[in-house]
Design a protein around this ligand. Structure first.
Ligand code: DC
Length: 224
């Protein structure tokens, strides 16, 4: 039987940094489900589909093949055979994903893929609905969050370090909008699973969060 760690939380809470490190420490596979939704968002955008047109989204859905491969420990994401690992990181891809992930056809497609992956291997899976909808039986669920101000500050520094000239207020407004969309959609909205461990990373380093999750995972694995 595989062991699953479900890691959910809002945009910018540090989920992917933490999930990668936890997966490396435990020698689990890391699955970034946000990247899968981002790839779908890019696909609909490339077809020029009106993102408010649900029936057009439903008809286009089967035409997208999203696959994941692990190369030298890092996740690569492919959209119809093309490596979109870098393209999915764009701000626009995040917004496209937040919008199109609200549709049932998109969620059903990716949810069943994610469940298949987690059946056969030990995973750290991060997203918005992993503990509530994708892996409701996961032996360890964590809800990782941080204040809007702290998440905006981290994103600001990240972009600044990349040589960009970001606007802190604009980043905070984008984060608030993404939170709202992710928490208020009808299907599988972002929320803490009842049995998830709540972790606020506002005053913690990534290392402290990783240590905490790894020790919780080791405890639970011993109980399995
Ligand atoms: O984690 P991220 O920023 O890469 O996610 C991009 C968007 O995808 C996010 O705003 C909502 C959506 N998403 C989702 O609905 N369910 C998931 N499991 C992961 C992401």
């Amino acid at each position: 039987m595989s062991f699953q760690i479900a890691l959910d939380g809002p945009a910018g809470a540090g989920k992917s940094t933490v999930a990668k490190a936890v997966a490396a420490a435990l020698q689990f596979i890391y699955i970034d489900t946000g990247a899968m939704y981002r790839a779908m968002g890019l696909y609909f955008d490339s077809l020029g589909i009106d993102l408010d047109d649900e029936s057009a989204i439903d008809s286009a859905c089967p035409g997208a093949s999203v696959t994941i491969a692990h190369q030298e420990g890092s996740q690569h994401i492919f959209l119809n055979g093309e490596d979109v690992t870098t393209a999915v990181r764009a701000e626009k891809a995040g917004m496209l994903a937040s919008k199109t992930s609200a549709y049932g056809s998109v969620r059903r497609k990716l949810t069943s893929m994610q469940q298949e992956i987690a059946k056969v291997q030990n995973v750290v899976m991060d997203g918005r609905d992993i503990g509530t909808a994708v892996l409701p039986e996961a032996p360890l669920k964590v809800y990782l969050t941080a204040s809007v101000e702290e998440r905006a500050r981290r994103r600001y520094l990240e972009l600044k370090n990349k040589g960009q000239d970001p606007d802190l207020a604009e980043i905070a407004a984008d984060i608030e909008q993404r939170d709202y969309q992710d928490m208020h959609r009808e299907i599988a909205p972002l929320c803490q699973a009842e049995d998830a461990v709540y972790l606020d990373s506002s005053d913690l380093t990534a290392e402290q969060v990783v240590e905490k999750i790894v020790s919780l995972a080791r405890e639970r694995m011993n109980q399995e």
